[in-house]
Structure formats: structure tokens, C-alpha cells
Ligand binder design. Structure first.
Ligand code: HEC
Ligand code: HEC
Ligand code: HEC
Ligand code: HEC
Ligand code: HEC
Ligand code: HEC
Ligand code: HEC
Ligand code: HEC
Ligand code: HEC
Length: 418
């Protein structure tokens, strides 16, 4: 050992810079600790004196409790590990001085982690990984690269750049929806992150326990107002996986299998009743004459059921564009021409012989079903302008020349049998 020290005495120039700085640090500490040390017997000077002659490192260098501990020295001096590597080897296996760091009881890292001083949890974190204990880190362990550029190696450019303040650079999940997230050190808040929505939690003083369910988004969110009737606090599971699991906070809205009758309709049928607001009466606009048009089971049908797409664009999935467009009321767009007047709730369409004004959607009197409501009974003239025979207003009379059945009536073809 003596020989070995002699040998490296010549490296004093190099090690000197290490030592010079460590002395400066100790000097500064001496001032701070002065009072304490007087009480304790002023051991600093003694310590200096008891440094083993010839050692390149100061006393206390390997003692984690000591102010001269090398870990503290490194932290205070911006981790100039390249200097240590000059003697201890690029791989810390011993290098020129044959004193290695790896595998010692201090730098033995748990299985699965890099070994040695550059292991990720040497300077921050613990045996489980590099996650620091500061701020709200404990709650964010799974999202490291969402807030930082994560180095592959401790030597990566930009990692140990000195000030011991981490660079917060948002990526991935934090950027979903492109709200321009930012971190403000002076207030300890982040804002406009995807994850926290409009809220700005305090990083340095995180809440105890999990955040409340309405702290990032409403419970339910404001977007649910149109189906607020069914988006009750205890019914999120009707449409979403609950309790929130792996699909929660993954950057995508997640749904349980689509049920078209969850918000309107019922019994597996998407058409109202019920209307979005819970109405069941056909006198309400949301319900109106839906049953009359779509319900194949009505015994007194006088036309085939009308498919939704005749009057509406129909989504394949709930979240299809244009469906939940926030602009209630529903989009009524006739596939075969004609128009629906939102203001009066009446339509002009070929099925009703283009009568203008047409029938009212919420008229429950049955007037719109009368045999002379759409065409004359019988008509005076056809739509082509030709005269129609003047027959007695009885279905039997009509059947003399026409096939008249619910399935062929109002299907776009005049059914004539001479
Ligand atoms: C000039 C060569 C040299 C440089 C530079 C150097 N060391 Fe050393 N180090 C040694 C030698 C030689 C020993 C063996 C004991 C002694 O002489 O004190 C040693 C011992 C150690 C020990 C104790 C090892 C043990 O098992 O007891 C630690 C810890 C250590 N060095 C850390 C560092 C750190 C951290 C740096 C960089 C800041 C560093 N050394 C820079 C030469 C060097
Ligand atoms: C939700 C965002 C977020 C996540 C995720 C996150 N950090 Fe941080 N980290 C911060 C903030 C904010 C600071 C404080 C920065 C400052 O003071 O300006 C910080 C600081 C740090 C620091 C500097 C020392 C300290 O404690 O302040 C280190 C080291 C660090 N983070 C490592 C990590 C590692 C490693 C992970 C993943 C295992 C991680 N962080 C995950 C936001 C995050
Ligand atoms: C030698 C000590 C040391 C080692 C080893 C180390 N870090 Fe760091 N790390 C720091 C310090 C100090 C900071 C604070 C940033 C600064 O000072 O520039 C930091 C910051 C970080 C940050 C925050 C982002 C940044 O660059 O500021 C992350 C993430 C991080 N380290 C991950 C890692 C990972 C992963 C490893 C292993 C590959 C690792 N660290 C190894 C000391 C270390
Ligand atoms: C840290 C903020 C945050 C907290 C706290 C939070 N959520 Fe969320 N939640 C989100 C974000 C962001 C989304 C957007 C969709 C996604 O990325 O999964 C979301 C989506 C949802 C969804 C829609 C389904 C889904 O996974 O996309 C439900 C349901 C939900 N959260 C329920 C809850 C419940 C219940 C709680 C309380 C146990 C809760 N949330 C707490 C941020 C949060
Ligand atoms: C009847 C179905 C339904 C119920 C019940 C429901 N949601 Fe939703 N939720 C949706 C739909 C549909 C969307 C997508 C909205 C969009 O894309 O415009 C959504 C989206 C979300 C989102 C993403 C943010 C947003 O506004 O798009 C969150 C968060 C959410 N729901 C939370 C909840 C919570 C919490 C509950 C229970 C209180 C709940 N939902 C109950 C259907 C439902
Ligand atoms: C989360 C609640 C919800 C679910 C689930 C839902 N809808 Fe809707 N639906 C609405 C709302 C709200 C409207 C009125 C929309 C508007 O135009 O703003 C609407 C309107 C409609 C309309 C009228 C046309 C339109 O776009 O306005 C049709 C047709 C329709 N939905 C069919 C479906 C089908 C088919 C499904 C299943 C794939 C479904 N809905 C599932 C809420 C829902
Ligand atoms: C004959 C035309 C017609 C047919 C067919 C039709 N609808 Fe409608 N639908 C309307 C009209 C008109 C409204 C009311 C618009 C308003 O609010 O003024 C409406 C409203 C709706 C609404 C909104 C309810 C609310 O509470 O505001 C939904 C949902 C809807 N229809 C779904 C369907 C579905 C699903 C089908 C097929 C099973 C269907 N409709 C078939 C004409 C039709
Ligand atoms: C909703 C409007 C409407 C009402 C109400 C209506 N019809 Fe028609 N009817 C039509 C249309 C449209 C045609 C043109 C042929 C077609 O599209 O099937 C038609 C055609 C006919 C024809 C010719 C045969 C055929 O089916 O093409 C007879 C007969 C007829 N209607 C009898 C009646 C009788 C009887 C009643 C009363 C029970 C009645 N209609 C009520 C719309 C209506
Ligand atoms: C003597 C035969 C005859 C009788 C009886 C008859 N129709 Fe017609 N009807 C016709 C003929 C012919 C046409 C024209 C067919 C064509 O245009 O292709 C026609 C066409 C129609 C049309 C279609 C008009 C249009 O504009 O497209 C309607 C509606 C209609 N008849 C209703 C009735 C009703 C209701 C009765 C019973 C009260 C009736 N018809 C009795 C022969 C008859």
C-alpha cells in the first residue's frame, strides 16, 4: 500500500485539483459548523491533522455521514466523474490505481440495474430506481420521460450539466391535445398539461393520497351535459371502464362496449323514446313521431318502417365525428330531399306529398295519418298533372285499381294493378 501511494504521489497535480476543491469546501463548512465544533471540541483541525499521510483523498471521503464524503463532494462540484475515472478506470474497475468501485458494498446495485457509481440510483432515487423523493415524484414514477429527457447513461449530454436542477421537458402524454404545457419553477406549478386538464397542482407540496376524481376533469365533465341525465356520478361504468385502470390517463378516451341506447332510446333501440332529456311523451320534440316512423311492431302501420338514415346521419360508433357535435338538437337531414324546419318542428318531404306546411313532428292527434292528409282521397290530379279517376273515398274502391298494403304504401312507387 505504501508503495502504491508513493507511486501516485506524482499524480498530485491531478488529484490536487480534486483535493484543492475539497479543501475549499471543508473550509467553508468549517465556518458554518464553527459554533457546533467549539461545543464538540473543535475536531476539524485534528481531522485535518489526522489525514493519513499520503492518501490522495481527505479523511471522511468514504464516510457517508462525514462532511467530506465523496458523494457530497461530487454533488457540490457538479459531478466531475471524468476526474475519478482518470485514476479508478473508465469502467470504475480499478484503472491505474487498481482500486475499483464496482461491486463494493457501496456501489453494488440491485439486480437489473447498471452496476457501479454511474448506476441510475447512485445520485437520486433509491434501490428501486432513479426516481427522486422530492416534490410529487412519488406519484409520477411511471411517467419519467413525460417530464424529462431520460438519459440512457449518466454520461449523456445534458444530463449532468451542473446546477442540480432538473430540466423539465414535456413530451408524450403531457402533449396530447396540444395545449402547450409548461412548468414554472417559481410557483411550483405546471399548467396546460393533458393529464391535469385546467388544474395546476403544486409540485413541491403534493396532496396526501390520491387526487379527488373531480380534480382534473369534472365528475362528469362538462361535455356530458347533453346526456347529463345518465352521466351520474355512480354510473360512469355504463360507458367507461371503472374503476379507472390501465386505460385511464393513457391519452385516449376509453369506453365500454358501445350501447346505442345508453343516452337516447331504450330496450336496444337507439330511437327515442327516451329522449336525451328523459322525455317519453311524443309531444316532446326529442321523442316526437319516432315510434310511428320506426316501430315495426305497430299494428296499424300504413307504411314500412322508416330507417334512421332517411332522416339522420347515423354514427357507427358513439364517438364518430358529427354525432356528439355539442349542437343539440339532433341533425335532421333527409336523404331523399325535403327539409325539416327546426323552428316549427315540421317537415316538407316527398312521403307527405311535399305538402307545405307539412305535418308537425309532435302532433299526436293522428291528423297526419288521415287518408287525405298527404294526397286527396282520391287525388284530383296525380303529381304528373294528369287527372285521377273520381272514385268513392273507400279503401275497397282504391283496391280496384291499386295494391294497397302497408309494405307497398309510401315506398316511392305508385302501385297500380289494372
Ligand atoms: C489521482 C488518482 C485518484 C483520483 C483522481 C481519484 N482517486 Fe479515489 N482513490 C485513489 C487511490 C489511490 C485510492 C486508494 C486509497 C487512498 O489512497 O486514499 C482511492 C480511493 C478511493 C475511495 C475509497 C475506496 C475504498 O474502497 O476504500 C473512494 C470512494 C474514491 N477513491 C473515490 C474517488 C472519487 C469519487 C474520485 C473523483 C472525485 C476519485 N476517487 C478520484 C486515487 C484517485
Ligand atoms: C410529472 C412530471 C415529472 C415526472 C414524471 C418526473 N419528474 Fe423529475 N422533476 C419534475 C419537476 C417539476 C422537478 C423540479 C424541477 C425544478 O426544480 O425546476 C423535477 C426534478 C427532478 C430531479 C432533480 C432533483 C430534484 O429532486 O428536484 C431529478 C434528478 C429528477 N427530477 C429525476 C426524475 C426521474 C428519474 C424521473 C422518472 C423516474 C422523474 N424525475 C419523473 C417533474 C417530474
Ligand atoms: C453521478 C450522479 C448521477 C447519476 C449516476 C445519474 N444521475 Fe440523473 N441526475 C443527476 C443530477 C445531479 C441531476 C439534476 C440535473 C443537473 O444537475 O443537471 C439529474 C437529473 C436527472 C433527470 C432529470 C432530467 C435532467 O436531465 O435534468 C433524469 C430523468 C435523470 N437524472 C435520470 C437518470 C438516469 C436514467 C440515470 C442512469 C442512466 C441517471 N440519472 C444517473 C445525477 C445523476
Ligand atoms: C391526474 C388527473 C386525473 C385524475 C385525478 C382523475 N382523472 Fe380521470 N381522466 C383524466 C384524463 C386526462 C382523462 C382523459 C382520458 C385518458 O387519457 O384516459 C381521464 C378520463 C377518465 C374517464 C373516461 C374513461 C377513460 O379512461 O378515458 C373516466 C371514467 C375517469 N377519468 C374517471 C376518473 C375517476 C373515477 C377518478 C377518481 C378515481 C379520476 N378519473 C381521476 C385525468 C384524471
Ligand atoms: C352514457 C355514457 C357516459 C356516461 C354514463 C359517462 N360518460 Fe364520460 N364520456 C362519454 C362519451 C361519449 C365521451 C366522449 C365525449 C366526446 O368525445 O365528445 C366521454 C368522455 C369522458 C371524458 C373525457 C373528457 C371529455 O369531456 O371528453 C371523461 C374524463 C369522462 N368521460 C368521465 C366520465 C365520468 C367521470 C363519468 C361518471 C360521472 C362519465 N364520464 C359518465 C360517455 C359517458
Ligand atoms: C353518450 C351518449 C350517446 C350515445 C351512447 C349515443 N348517442 Fe346518439 N346522440 C347523442 C346526442 C347527445 C345526440 C344529439 C346530438 C347532436 O346533434 O348534438 C345524438 C343524436 C343521435 C342521432 C341523431 C343524428 C345526430 O347526429 O344528431 C342518431 C341517429 C344517433 N344519435 C344514433 C346513435 C347510435 C346509432 C348510437 C350507437 C352507435 C348512439 N347514437 C349512441 C348521444 C349519444
Ligand atoms: C322521419 C324522420 C326520422 C326518423 C326516421 C328518425 N328520426 Fe330521429 N329525429 C327526427 C326528428 C324530426 C327529431 C327532432 C329534432 C328536433 O329536436 O327538432 C329527431 C331527433 C332524434 C334524436 C334526438 C333526441 C333528443 O332528445 O333530442 C335522436 C337521438 C334520434 N332522433 C335518433 C334516431 C334514431 C336512432 C333513429 C332510427 C332508429 C331515428 N332517430 C329515426 C326524425 C327522425
Ligand atoms: C304520409 C302520407 C300519406 C298518407 C297519410 C296516406 N298516403 Fe296514400 N300514398 C302516399 C304516397 C307518398 C303515395 C305514393 C305511392 C308510394 O310512394 O307508395 C301514396 C299512394 C297511395 C295509393 C296508391 C297505391 C300505392 O300504394 O302506391 C293508395 C291507394 C293510397 N295511397 C291510399 C291511401 C289511403 C287509403 C290512406 C289512408 C288510410 C292513405 N293513402 C294515406 C302517402 C300517404
Ligand atoms: C280506376 C282505377 C283507379 C282507382 C279506382 C283508383 N286509382 Fe289511384 N290511380 C290510378 C291511376 C291510373 C293512377 C296513375 C298511375 C301512374 O301515374 O302511374 C293512379 C295514381 C294514384 C296515386 C298517385 C298519384 C301521384 O301523384 O303519384 C294516388 C295517391 C292514388 N292513385 C290514390 C288513389 C286512391 C286513394 C284511390 C281510392 C280512393 C284510388 N287511387 C283509386 C287509378 C285508380
Amino acid at each position: 500500500m505504501q508503495l502504491f501511494r508513493e507511486k501516485y504521489r506524482s499524480h498530485q497535480d491531478f488529484a490536487g485539483s480534486v483535493l484543492a476543491q475539497s479543501r475549499a469546501v471543508r473550509l467553508a463548512q468549517r465556518c458554518v459548523l464553527g459554533t457546533l465544533l467549539v461545543v464538540l471540541g473543535g475536531c476539524t483541525i485534528e481531522r485535518e491533522q489526522t489525514t493519513p499521510a499520503g492518501s490522495v483523498h481527505p479523511v471522511g471521503w468514504v464516510d457517508a455521514e462525514n462532511v467530506s464524503f465523496h458523494g457530497k463532494w461530487l454533488r457540490d462540484n457538479k459531478h466531475p466523474l471524468e476526474r475519478c475515472r482518470a485514476c479508478h478506470g473508465d469502467d470504475y474497475e480499478g484503472g491505474a490505481v487498481s482500486v475499483g468501485c464496482n461491486g463494493s458494498k457501496c456501489h453494488a446495485q440491485p439486480q437489473g440495474q447498471l452496476q457501479g457509481p454511474e448506476s441510475c440510483s447512485t445520485c437520486h432515487g433509491d434501490e428501486k430506481g432513479p426516481l427522486p423523493e422530492t416534490g410529487a415524484h412519488a406519484k409520477h414514477g411511471a411517467y419519467c420521460d413525460t417530464c424529462h429527457v431520460v438519459p440512457k447513461s449518466a454520461r449523456d449530454q445534458g444530463h449532468l450539466d451542473g446546477d442540480a436542477l432538473a430540466e423539465v421537458r414535456f413530451s408524450g402524454l403531457a402533449l396530447v391535445d396540444e395545449q402547450g404545457p409548461s412548468w414554472e419553477r417559481s410557483t411550483g406549478e405546471c399548467s396546460n398539461t393533458y393529464c391535469h386538464g385546467k388544474t395546476s397542482p403544486k409540485w413541491p407540496s403534493p396532496s396526501q393520497g390520491p387526487l379527488a376524481c373531480d380534480s382534473c376533469h369534472g365528475s362528469p365533465p362538462g361535455s356530458h351535459v347533453q346526456w347529463g341525465r345518465v352521466a351520474q356520478a355512480d354510473r360512469c361504468g355504463d360507458c367507461h371502464p371503472v374503476p379507472p385502470g390501465a386505460s385511464h390517463l393513457d391519452g385516449k378516451k376509453s369506453f365500454t362496449p358501445d350501447r346505442c341506447d345508453a343516452c337516447h332510446g331504450g330496450g336496444g333501440v337507439a330511437a327515442p323514446p327516451m329522449a336525451l332529456d328523459g322525455s317519453e311523451s311524443p309531444e316532446k320534440r326529442g321523442v316526437g313521431a319516432h315510434r310511428r316512423h320506426v316501430d315495426a311492431t305497430l299494428a296499424d302501420r300504413m307504411g314500412a318502417p322508416v330507417s334512421c338514415v332517411t332522416c339522420h346521419p347515423v354514427p357507427l360508433a358513439t364517438t364518430d365525428p358529427g354525432h356528439l357535435d355539442r349542437e343539440a338538437p339532433a341533425d335532421v337531414r333527409f336523404q331523399d330531399g325535403g327539409r325539416y324546419d327546426q323552428a316549427t318542428g315540421s317537415c316538407v318531404a316527398w312521403c307527405h306529398f311535399d305538402r307545405d306546411p307539412g305535418p308537425s313532428w309532435t302532433d299526436t292527434s293522428g291528423a297526419a295519418r288521415a287518408c287525405n292528409a298527404c294526397h286527396g282521397f282520391p287525388p284530383d290530379r296525380t303529381r304528373r298533372g294528369t287527372w285521377h279517376i273520381n272514385a268513392a273515398p273507400q279503401v275497397e274502391t282504391c283496391r280496384q285499381c291499386h295494391v294497397f298494403e302497408p309494405m307497398t304504401h309510401v315506398n316511392g312507387t305508385v302501385d297500380y294493378q289494372p
